[in-house]
Design a protein around this ligand. Structure first.
Ligand code: FE2
Length: 343
């Protein structure tokens, strides 16, 4: 018997210390659509997304990620997750109702301590008549053509102090571990996981965390259709005064065409397209060796992530940052380029 508990990454809550600027940038530059506003949160979605919202911008003291939402594969599945985690340190509990989705069970990753939630009942986006495209009913609304036109939420990448431990936890809830990059044998510096065959490269990724800070996030990714859309996105970012942090390029580990920027609140956003397709339920995670020119980071093996690319939020305080820097210095095979370019 097989079991599929989760159907998709449904939403991520982005905490912003500059919510007005973040929301405006998400709409005008990133190209998201606003669904509604409630309290300190603004609910947004990609133009082709059927769910009520995929990015929830909430005001907060510093950048970071709040709730990470997963829709289950069917009714009753949230209860299965609740039973499986009941009585553990990971269990948080039930919330009767949230904007955009129904009864929700919340839990935390055992080591990264990020807050996840699962639900089945969802509100579908209903576009006003003038925004519908009757000729293409697969789309909830017509193509907006605004900004970079981010189409779908793709994945979220999270630091963890125990990557192996968190991978085993997520596998209990149906995730497949698809690939990893090792800086040295047994030390993974990047892992990709997916809960379904829809986004088969990954809908979640993990990176190591040496800071001791928990509940951190590294970036949120949205998807466009074509590699050329990513290159056009780079032009749109530059034209709107958004500096490019890394890319465009093609990762080796997932073969996605990537581009990373920071939104006005300071958090890192990725836009990507394409990617390796792997729908095999019995797949054993592949391992890339960073020592071999780091093909995981770049399929061309000629670029490494820039200085500061390891930064995650909430930011580390002075002590934690020193701890992180010291640990990174000991992992020079992977992070050496970063350290060298800082000098
Ligand atoms: Fe990513």
């Amino acid at each position: 018997m097989s079991e599929i508990l989760l159907s998709q990454l449904a939403h991520v809550e982005l905490i912003s210390p500059k919510p007005d600027e973040t929301v405006q940038w998400m709409k005008e530059v990133f190209g998201l659509e606003e669904t509604t506003r409630e309290g300190q949160s603004v609910y947004l979605r990609g133009w082709a997304e059927w769910l009520h919202s995929s990015l929830i911008v909430t005001e907060g003291r510093e950048p970071g990620v709040g709730r990470i939402g997963w829709r289950t594969y069917g009714p009753g599945d949230p209860e299965i997750v609740a039973q499986r985690l009941g009585g553990t340190e990971e269990a948080v509990g039930w919330v009767d109702d949230w904007t955009g989705h129904g009864a929700t069970y919340q839990y935390r990753a055992p080591h990264g301590r990020q807050l996840h939630e699962v639900f089945w009942e969802v509100d579908r986006y209903q576009a006003p008549p003038e925004e519908r495209d009757p000729a293409i009913p697969n789309r909830p609304q017509r193509y907006s053509g605004r900004g970079i036109g981010a189409r779908y939420l793709d994945h979220v990448t999270m630091p963890t102090a125990n990557m192996r431990g968190d991978i085993e936890f997520y596998k209990q809830l149906g995730a497949r571990h698809t690939a990893q990059t090792e800086a040295e044998p047994g030390f993974s510096v990047f892992s990709t996981l997916t809960c379904n065959g829809i986004r088969s490269t990954h809908d979640m990724a993990l990176v190591p965390d040496f800071s001791g800070v928990t509940g951190r996030a590294h970036h949120i990714a949205f998807r466009v259709d074509q590699r050329l859309d990513v290159e056009r996105a780079a032009e749109v970012f530059l034209a709107n005064g958004t500096p490019i942090e890394f890319g465009p390029g093609i990762h080796g580990i997932d073969e996605i065409t990537y581009l990373y920027v920071r939104e006005p609140g300071g958090f890192r956003m990725e836009i990507n397209s394409g990617g390796w397709v792997n729908t095999m339920p019995d797949w054993e995670a592949t391992t890339y060796q960073a020592a071999r020119g780091n093909p995981g980071a770049s399929i061309y093996r000629n670029v490494t992530p820039p200085p500061g690319f390891h930064e995650a939020w909430p930011a580390a305080d002075e002590t934690a940052a020193a701890q992180e820097k010291e640990a990174m210095a000991q992992r020079r095979e992977f992070f050496g380029a970063v350290e060298t370019s800082r000098r």
